[in-house]
Write a new protein. Structure first.
Length: 331
């Protein structure tokens, strides 16, 4: 048994917890469950060294278990498990049961605490009607802000790229990865939401939208083009201001069903690097034709005379200017 498996009982008592480290046991999950509130294990399935936890641990390095946890058994209460010391970084909340740790948190947990009202975690019940609460961690954990109107730049509130969960009490809201409602956007309605992996810790602006149209004041958007996931400008959206050779880089490949062009004329193509079938659209609000619906992979602006603008730095070789199928869509 190595030194990391023989921490002294006196050290654990001084830290205000009862902990015990043991060698790997083939039987897996422990049968003795009277004293600890949480059992954490080195390996999946309750195997490997283990640590019994009865109180908050701000830094698992202090008990020789930092970045070591692959499975957890919660015996009572709700507990918060965080990737950094002092309950910082991304956190997950787990209740009673035996849990295998998801890939993102496997061997990265550095602090543990009870998730109750005194620990500033868990969904709040005091969010005013007609507003939303944005939280630093999933499941309403960590710091939070209450929002009642459009926020063009969350950096001004010290909350840029910090949101992992949302509690929307009323209405439909749009959340965007860039300030001024630019970049990739998602639209969410009432309810409690853990932000998906693509947008987690990426949100920089938010605003209420008209649920019927799926988008708020389009004419006020600074984006030259906005692509929408669904017809009638609904669902997630992404703002475009220049040539984009591969919409996959914005997680929006083969997603567009409606388009708002605010400025100029633009080319929309079914393949990356402006290849495949392409259509041309001018300023206006457009339903994507059936042959292009959920098939657009690249977008670029046209010059006033109708030529494609130079696309250096986008990965385009320039050979795609000769097009077999180009549709000039006019409404």
């Amino acid at each position: 048994m190595n030194s990391s498996s023989t921490l002294s009982a006196a050290c654990w008592i001084a830290l205000g917890l009862t902990a015990a480290a043991s060698t790997a046991h083939a039987a897996g999950w422990a049968d003795e469950r009277n004293t600890p509130a949480v059992l954490v294990y080195e390996h999946a399935g309750g195997a490997g060294r283990s640590l019994n936890v009865t109180a908050n641990i701000a830094n698992l390095d202090s008990v020789g278990f930092n970045d070591e946890i692959s499975s957890i058994e919660v015996l009572r209460g709700q507990w918060l498990f965080c990737e950094h010391a002092d309950y910082k970084g991304k956190c997950i909340t787990l209740g009673p049961g035996r849990h295998s740790i998801e890939a993102h948190f496997n061997d990265v947990i550095s602090s543990i605490r009870m998730a109750d009202s005194s620990s500033n975690s868990g969904w709040s019940t005091s969010t005013p009607s007609g507003s939303l609460a944005a939280y630093e961690h999933i499941d309403g954990g960590g710091r939070s802000i209450t929002v009642t109107s459009a926020v063009t730049d969350l950096a001004r509130q010290g909350f840029n790229d910090s949101i992992s969960s949302l509690d929307i009490r009323q209405g439909t809201w749009q959340f965007c990865s860039d300030a001024e409602f630019g970049g990739r956007c998602i639209t969410l309605g009432p309810g409690r939401h853990n932000v998906d992996a693509v947008m987690n810790d990426q949100i920089s602006s938010m605003r209420p939208v008209n649920a019927a149209s799926g988008y708020g004041q389009v004419q006020d958007s600074s984006a030259a083009v906005t692509l929408f996931q669904h017809a009638a400008f609904g669902g997630n959206s992404v703002a475009i201001n220049g040539a984009t050779a591969d919409l996959g880089s914005l997680n929006f490949n083969d997603e567009a069903s409606s388009i708002v062009v605010r400025i100029g004329r633009w080319e929309f193509c079914t393949d990356a690097n402006f290849a495949g079938r392409c259509m041309l659209l001018g300023a206006g609000r457009h339903a994507v034709p059936a042959q292009f619906n959920d098939k657009i992979s690249s977008v670029r602006p046209l010059d006033a005379d109708g030529d494609r603008r130079p696309t250096s730095g986008t990965g385009n070789s320039g050979s795609s200017n000769s097009r077999k199928e180009t549709y000039d869509i006019k409404f």
